[in-house]
Design a protein around this ligand. Structure first.
Ligand code: SAJ
Length: 419
């Protein structure tokens, strides 16, 4: 198993291709975007991920990584394409076309691995039948497995190697073949199962987190009403050895937690009640944040609001499903002028500006993303630029005592004091 084709050179595919290339495999990366193919063929990257540039450079120099627009005959195919949400259901178009593009070059004894997150049964009921258009039978003539990626954006390169992996084969032999490949670069444990179980395990992991955050968000809103400090409640409750509440915030974003639970709901809509409700609670959170901002800017004519951060979480450049998007839409719908700062995000549907410009004449700053850069902002320097010195921290990541000392009216999500 020396030649590998990775289909999809995004957040998962590119790091995977680069790791494989630096582990001695000859890797062909495939992407439908020509700009991505060109970038990778120049040894460059098109996404922000710590350490990735260095790794891709190393892969490029080793001449083990090149990119092109369609797959060629190899030993192993890894599909790592996006599975976005459309109408609360998985859009599997990219998986479908990736599988179709493999058909003409698929050979006996090949191994095909689906890494993309998919609704349970996709590998067996959708990918296998497409690949079988080649005339070869999955599990008999070629091996097919689902090996969900489980890495945390921002920490991908370490986690690709160190995380435990779940591998689900359409047959035990397929799982075993995939294990042989992963064990050549993974230091974590590898667990084997069937393809549908692996698909469900992956979406359940993110569902567990989403449900936990929904509870934290509901608690934050409960604490607002009770005038209790939610962050203290969670910290103290987590002192119990069997309690691990996650953190409330402005909502849940990213391509995983806000998406994957719907993959379960779409399969069993009548049964997955808690999963659906948790999604709804987390999707409602931007509205709650905006109601807090409204409270702060009440009575101010032509209010201007500074949004600190549009990435879905701190220190990444990814804005997919970010709660900031809903917050900005809602603020604009309420007639606010919005100024956005994000030191990590380069491409966003709204213009972003520098910090000083964003604070100038502003009536309220709202911290949406916990980027490290925001933790060291100077309220002493930024306050005088503002029309009204107010700040709302939805992540509990600012030193609000300092902002208060600089003359700010401060609010923290989930604390419940009137401004
Ligand atoms: N969030 C909170 N409160 C918390 C933790 C997170 O509001 O206490 C929010 C974040 O701000 C963000 C969202 O949840 O908007 C998701 O962030 P995350 O850090 O929980 O997860 P992701 O989406 O970056 O990555 C997850 C990871 N899954 C788990 O930890 C179970 C990662 O391991 C997966 O590989 C990834 O989803 C994926 O691709 O599925």
């Amino acid at each position: 198993m020396k030649r590998i084709c990775v289909l999809g050179l995004g957040y998962i595919g590119l790091p995977t291709a680069a790791v494989l290339a630096t582990h001695g495999y000859s890797v062909v990366g495939v992407d439908v975007k020509h700009s991505v193919v060109d970038t990778v063929n120049n040894g460059d990257i098109h996404i922000e991920e710590p350490g990735l540039q260095t790794l891709v450079q190393a892969a490029y120099k080793s001449e083990n990584l090149r990119a092109q627009s369609s797959p060629e005959a190899v030993d192993v195919f890894i599909i790592a394409v996006p599975t976005p949400l459309r109408g609360k259901k998985a859009d599997l178009t990219a998986v479908e076309s990736a599988a179709e593009s493999i058909v003409p070059v698929l050979k006996k004894e090949n191994l095909v691995i689906l890494e993309s997150t998919v609704p349970p049964t996709t590998t067996e009921e959708m990918v296998a039948p497409i690949l079988e258009h080649s005339g070869l039978k999955a599990g008999e003539d070629f091996h097919l497995a689902h090996c969900p990626e489980r890495v945390l954006p921002g920490n991908i390169l370490r986690e690709i190697i160190e995380n435990d992996r779940i591998i689900g084969g359409v047959t035990p032999e397929s799982a075993q073949k995939a294990k042989e490949l992963y064990s050549s670069f993974v230091s974590g444990r590898i667990f084997l199962t069937d393809a549908t179980t692996a698909e469900l395990v992956k979406v359940v992991e993110n569902t567990y987190r989403d449900v936990n955050i929904a509870l934290a968000n509901e608690l934050a809103n409960v604490c607002e009403g009770l005038k209790v400090h939610v962050w203290e409640v969670i910290e103290l409750a987590n002192k119990h050895p069997r309690v691990n509440l996650l953190r409330p915030g402005p909502g849940v974003g990213g391509h995983c937690l806000s998406v994957d639970p719907w993959f379960v709901v779409q399969k069993v809509p009548q049964t997955a009640k808690l999963i659906r409700l948790s999604r709804e609670i987390n999707d409602e959170q931007p509205r709650f944040v905006v109601s807090m901002i409204e409270d702060l800017i009440e009575g101010i004519p032509n209010p201007k609001v500074t949004v600190l951060g549009v990435a879905y979480k701190g220190n990444v450049d990814d804005t997919r499903e970010s709660p900031a998007i809903a917050i900005i839409h809602l603020l604009e719908a309420k007639g606010c002028q919005v100024r956005i700062v994000d030191p990590h995000v380069k491409n966003f549907e709204y213009p972003t500006v520098g910090t000083e410009e964003a604070f100038t004449n502003s009536d309220c700053a709202v911290l949406v993303t916990d980027h490290d850069e925001f933790k060291t902002l100077s309220p002493e320097e930024l306050g005088p630029l503002m029309r009204t010195k107010q700040i709302l921290d939805t992540r509990h990541c600012l030193n609000l005592e300092r902002w208060k000392a600089a003359g700010f009216n401060v609010r923290l999500l989930g604390v419940g004091f009137k401004s």
